[in-house]
Ligand binder design. Structure first.
Ligand code: ZN
Length: 129
């Protein structure tokens, strides 16, 4: 599913280019459009036709299309997308850049060390009756 949004994003970049159309670019656009499911493409086209972003990047949980916070549930799902997610506000397909999902790690995280549970046996307290 991530590939679909990435294709959409690449398509958006191509379509938003202001350089004069070239045969090469048209071929790229056509190839990308072939890879994207028709319902997804039509939603994307509708947004683009309205002058909106078809795909919005999400940074720090904020949709870059409308600058509103993405619901935390959606943000969590975006890290491991099984589906396509739309911004509730601007309707753009949401894409989290890969470096935000897998932040560069310098060292491998230490293995969790089981904490020994020290059982203190309580001596039966002699109670004076
Ligand atoms: Zn948005």
């Amino acid at each position: 599913m991530r590939a679909t949004v990435e294709n959409l994003f690449a398509l958006q970049q191509l379509q938003l280019q202001t350089v004069p159309a070239s045969a090469e670019r048209n071929a790229k656009i056509r190839k990308l459009r072939e890879k994207i499911p028709v319902p997804v493409l039509s939603h994307f086209d509708r947004l683009m036709a309205m002058g909106r972003k078809g795909v919005a990047l999400v940074h720090d949980g904020i949709c870059r299309g409308c600058h509103l916070r993405v619901p935390s549930g959606t943000a969590a799902s975006l890290a491991r997308p099984k589906d396509l997610y739309l911004c509730d506000n601007c309707g753009a397909y949401l894409l989290v850049p890969l470096d935000e999902i897998n932040p560069p790690v310098d060292s491998t995280p230490p293995m969790p060390v089981p904490v020994p549970v020290r059982k203190t046996r309580k001596k039966p307290v002699a109670t004076a009756v």
